[in-house]
Design a protein around this ligand. Structure first.
Ligand code: SAM
Length: 232
């Protein structure tokens, strides 16, 4: 439940059509259902659905002392995927606990992807919330859009790597993907066509380590999910 949903102490009304559909079609709840909900500020709550219509869902809720699951110490740098894949990938990585996401332009990212409605803040928010709800988490990730590769590498990456290990997933690299990491990590994943050689050179020169995940070339969303599961 977000602060906008809460209309009085212990009472919330959800009107967002997408969240209503999710309640009805995915959770299949009916009035009387008891749910665990995330409240703003990272707290969890117990909620009872008191009414559900096509326009709104009304809840009585009570905050719990329970805290959300721990975050993954990963800053994901993702070459902007095609819109449908972006939506699913944001949902998956949020469910896995990533709290920092940079969506980056690279040579093989279609320019039209930057015009997609999926990049509107409210759409991004929806995908993140679906991931949080799935994982019973309440801490929204930060998502930053970077439309220039060179400015990102020159102006932003050095600061990000000052207190993180940097890893770039790229088929054919000499090093295999580590099996476990215990330190904060920046993880860069390329677009559908991969990073071009010049981009890999720039990322390595900035201090990232290249690594491969074996001979199978994975779709972006599969690669990201497998990497996160393998590393942490
Ligand atoms: N033909 C592209 C290439 O060779 O780079 C394939 C790109 S793959 C569909 C999209 C992204 O997922 C890659 O840029 C990389 O970051 C990651 N990826 C997929 N499979 C990988 C693998 N086996 N090893 C390392 N990275 C992989």
């Amino acid at each position: 439940l977000s602060p906008q949903d809460i209309i009085a102490e212990g009472c919330a009304v959800v009107r967002d059509p997408r969240r209503l559909r999710h309640l009805r079609d995915v959770h299949r709840v009916t009035p009387g259902a008891r749910l665990t909900v995330g409240l703003a500020g990272g707290q969890m709550g117990k909620a009872e659905l008191t009414a559900l219509s096509d326009e709104q869902a009304t809840f009585h809720f009570e905050p719990l002392a329970e805290t959300p699951p721990p975050a993954l110490p990963v800053h994901l740098v993702l070459a902007l995927p095609r819109p449908r894949m972006l939506a699913r990938t944001l949902e998956h990585v949020t469910a896995l606990g990533v709290k920092d996401i940079t969506l980056l332009h690279t040579r093989r990212v279609e320019k039209s992807y930057w015009q997609s409605p999926e990049l509107m803040p409210e759409k991004i928010h929806q995908h993140l919330v679906l991931g949080l709800e799935q994982a019973r988490d309440t801490q929204l990730p930060d998502v930053t859009l970077r439309r220039g590769f060179r400015p990102f590498v020159e102006d932003v990456l050095p600061e990000l790597l000052a207190n993180r290990r940097g890893l770039v997933a790229h088929p054919g690299m000499a090093q295999t993907c580590p099996r476990a990491l215990t330190e904060p990590t920046l993880l860069a994943v390329g677009p559908e066509g991969g990073f071009i050689d010049w981009e890999i050179d720039q990322l390595l020169a900035a201090g990232c380590e290249g690594m491969h995940m074996g001979p199978r070339i994975l779709r972006v969303e599969t690669a990201v999910t497998a990497l996160l599961a393998r590393l942490f």
